[in-house]
Design a protein around this ligand. Structure first.
Ligand code: CS2
Length: 491
């Protein structure tokens, strides 16, 4: 017999050990509309909000919008929006059912309803986890006006295709109807994420609907946030782990026990008391953001490219390779921590030691190829800016150079064990073409990639010391392989 499907009616009959909403979901109002209803949001912000709903702040239910695929909606709608967060630690799993997502919509299929939700007076926060590429930024973090979706949305005519286009339409509707102020809270891993969103949206509005700018200045805020929880893509194995608990969940999310959220406290129209759920509400997120992007995400991307080229499947398996673990220590202590400002209340060596433990968590299967995606969008803030800052301090960042070389080697599309991988990146076609054109020649390959201003800031690309370090590391990778290159970097 198949286990019954999770839904509101099933909640009372679940096993006693499974935590579930203790509040009346039918009484919730939608106060937050979230764009990008992926696994990360459901294991992070939706859980903090769940705590506040439990505490009686019933106006902050979440309407979750998927920007492209109907898959999440199709999984959650029959479940009344309910889903499981499966927290996995070496000591065992813990399942909790989350009720804060009161509905799931798909923008392309339900555009009018999505826009109504975004423009409703009771929607006071619009939050986003749409990934780096959806901000349509150019290399300087400004709106990429040549982006095909931006061009289509600036020309107008159809329903918006881009995130800036959709937000501008929502704000226009709010201004026209007097719906009141709204906070646009990005939770993506971008440098200065709040400022970046303000900049790309501000520019879009200036071009498309300049009359809206005055209303926005009074009614919209863009707090920056630092978000952190390791949430790998859900696999069949997790669905089966849930079925063993006695019910079926079409899309559970799996996460590590650790969770952190630092939020700039700038909300124009109220917010849940997330601080009572463990979030840190602060005046300035910058130092936390740099720490997280450079230490965690920078190490993740380094492991992804070095590990994937070596044919290693997951983060925890990469950490079991002593050379890679030692490499991360070097990356953090020599190249990254010297670029960080002091972070209030945090001891950086303690922070990186904790990261190492988190990466080693054997209960989490975080695929390196998932992290390797969208490298062109991730490398600049994770590895290249710290490299430039380290160079300005007079040191050549050798560990970062090897990680960047591993990204270049990765673009050849094959690993050292004979496996092949696609280059999943908005610049993927171009990157693969450049790599194919240069082939296994370290000089040609590094030179061709350094010439891409979308990835490499021209002043970094012109730094002779950095170029040589990357080229030499790439030559070793191509000639001898990942492990010898790591040994050379650690010598
Ligand atoms: C990862 C992040 O896929 C990636 O690029 O580095 O998703 C990472 O797991 C999260 O930022 C952790 O908070």
């Amino acid at each position: 017999m198949t286990a019954p499907r999770l839904n509101a009616a099933l909640l009372p009959s679940l096993k006693p050990g499974i935590r579930r909403p203790g509040y009346d979901r039918a009484a919730l109002g939608i106060g937050i509309v979230h764009l990008g209803l992926g696994a990360f949001h459901r294991a992070h912000q939706a859980v903090y909000t769940e705590e506040r709903l439990e505490a009686g702040e019933t106006g902050w239910g979440i309407s979750g919008l998927s920007l492209r695929s109907p898959a999440v909606r199709d999984a959650l709608a029959p479940q009344d929006g309910l889903y499981t967060v499966l927290t996995r630690a070496p000591g065992g799993d813990e399942a909790r059912i989350i009720g804060s997502v009161v509905e799931a919509l798909t923008v392309p299929e339900q555009p009018e309803l999505a826009l109504r939700r975004l423009a409703a007076p009771r929607t006071r926060i619009i939050s986003l986890t749409v990934t780096e590429k959806a901000y349509c930024r150019d290399a300087n973090g400004a709106l990429d006006e040549s982006h095909s979706d931006i061009r289509a949305d600036l020309a107008g005519g159809g329903f918006p295709r881009s995130v800036p286009g959709l937000l501008a339409a929502a704000l226009r509707a709010r201004a026209d109807s007097g719906a009141g102020g709204v906070t646009l809270m990005t939770c993506d891993n971008l440098p200065d994420n709040g400022g970046t969103l303000a900049r790309v949206l501000g520019r879009f509005v200036a071009l498309r609907d300049p009359g809206l700018a005055g209303w926005m200045a009074e009614h919209v805020s863009f707090p920056a946030t630092m978000v952190d929880r390791i949430v790998p893509a859900t696999t069949e194995a997790e669905r089966e782990a849930i079925a063993a608990l006695g019910y079926t969940d079409a899309w559970p999310v799996v996460a590590e026990p650790f969770s952190q959220w630092v939020v700039e406290d700038r909300f124009v129209n109220g917010r849940p008391r997330w601080e009572a759920a463990g979030a840190l509400m602060v005046g300035d997120v910058h130092a936390y953001e740099l720490m997280k992007l450079r230490c965690l995400n920078g190490a993740h991307s380094s492991l992804a490219y070095l590990g994937a080229v070596a044919g290693i499947p997951t983060v925890s398996e990469a950490m079991a390779e002593p050379l890679l673990a030692a490499f991360l220590q070097k990356l953090w202590t020599q190249d990254v921590i010297p670029t960080l400002p002091p972070v209030p209340g945090i001891d950086l060596p303690g922070y990186t030691a904790q990261l190492e433990d988190r990466f080693r968590n054997p209960a989490i299967r975080h695929r390196l190829l998932q992290i390797a995606m969208d490298g062109s969008q991730k490398l600049p803030q994770r590895l290249l800016r710290p490299a430039a800052e380290r160079l300005a301090q007079g040191a050549v960042p050798a560990a970062i150079a090897l990680a960047v070389a591993a990204w270049m080697r990765f673009l050849l599309g094959e690993d050292e064990t004979g496996g092949t991988h696609a280059i999943d990146d908005p610049m993927g076609t171009k990157l693969a073409e450049v790599a194919r054109g240069a082939g296994r020649d370290a000089d040609a390959l590094s030179a061709a990639l350094f010439a891409l201003p979308e990835v490499f800031d021209p002043s970094l690309a012109a730094d002779a010391g950095f170029r040589a370090a990357v080229r030499d590391a790439l030559a070793t990778l191509l000639r001898d392989g990942v492990r010898p290159a790591l040994r050379a970097a650690l010598a």
